[in-house]
Design a binder for this molecule. Sequence first.
Ligand SMILES: CCCC(=O)SCCNC(=O)CCNC(=O)[C@H](O)C(C)(C)COP(=O)(O)OP(=O)(O)OC[C@H]1O[C@@H](n2cnc3c(N)ncnc32)[C@H](O)[C@@H]1OP(=O)(O)O
Length: 302
Amino acid sequence: MMSMWGAVRCRLIQTRSAVRKILQQNRAFCSGSSVGIREKLLAFPGGSVELQKLQESGIAVLTVSNPARMNAFSGCMMLELEQRVNELEIWTEGKAVIVQGAAGNFCSGSDLNAVRAIANPHDGMKMCEFMQNTLARLLRLPLISVALVEGRALGGGAELTTACDFRLMTSDAVIQFVHKHMGLVPGWGGAARLVGIIGSRNALKLLSGARKVDPDYGKQMGLVDEVLQCSSGEGKALAHAEHWIAPFIKGPAPVIQAIKKVVVSGRELSLDEALKCERSVFGTVWGGPANLEALASKPKHK
Ligand SMILES: CCCC(=O)SCCNC(=O)CCNC(=O)[C@H](O)C(C)(C)COP(=O)(O)OP(=O)(O)OC[C@H]1O[C@@H](n2cnc3c(N)ncnc32)[C@H](O)[C@@H]1OP(=O)(O)O
């Protein structure tokens, strides 16, 4: 019979091979169909996507920054976002990522100057494919993700909020899927994710009404997890968000990452596949340091 450690090693190998498969798929996307659109996106500079990893807390802060255009995504920023997600995917000590916009605003979607220049269906679909891939990977990170919405999250910016596990809003913030006003529908995966978060009837109301979602309405329909007791641009929101997330990331990084992985598999896979993945992830923590330490301390969960 296989020893417990043998079983753990075997599960670890299975998990690594699953992770390798996903990375190979991501690499195939990076080197394959998206090559043409990458060159086109590169032609639209401006702004940046910054990543700060706070090693002590295990929290990363991802900042979408293009203040002169209300943090709209230039082409280069789309490419940079992908690079940041690459970095987060391999951050083994991390537990959470907070996605925010610079200077008291979240994000006003794609840069309309870039949109105008690639306003043909082929390029539009390629740009969407690129952003869908990046945002799907953001949502699948083994880190608990929070969109910290200050000011406005419009169009693609509203879609970006749905690529996080949780959404927090300052008291005066607004999320608005303005796509209808632009003669569009969401294209960065925001509609599919929105339906998953608030259901098809509520999603239909937000998209067809292009309705402004203030914190109260957001909470009422289940889009927003918490309204922070501060205003946009006050400089307090990030500290509030770190405080809000603290109870969920208490504990060792491998355990927090394992929790996120089983939730992602439960959300995205068939029941049989999700159960298989859950067993495999379980094997990575069973008999691990945190588990042994907990067993040795004879805990009582009062
Ligand atoms: C699949 C993705 C689909 C999409 O994301 S489509 C894009 C959806 N987003 C939009 O349509 C936003 C359009 N912008 C607006 O409605 C307003 O600018 C906004 C954000 C409400 C702010 O209004 P105000 O406070 O009055 O400020 P403002 O209009 O003077 O804006 C300040 C400067 O920012 C610029 N800006 C804002 N959003 C932008 C965008 N998405 N792309 C390019 N530039 C954008 C705006 O043009 C203005 O620049 P400037 O000072 O005139 O040089």
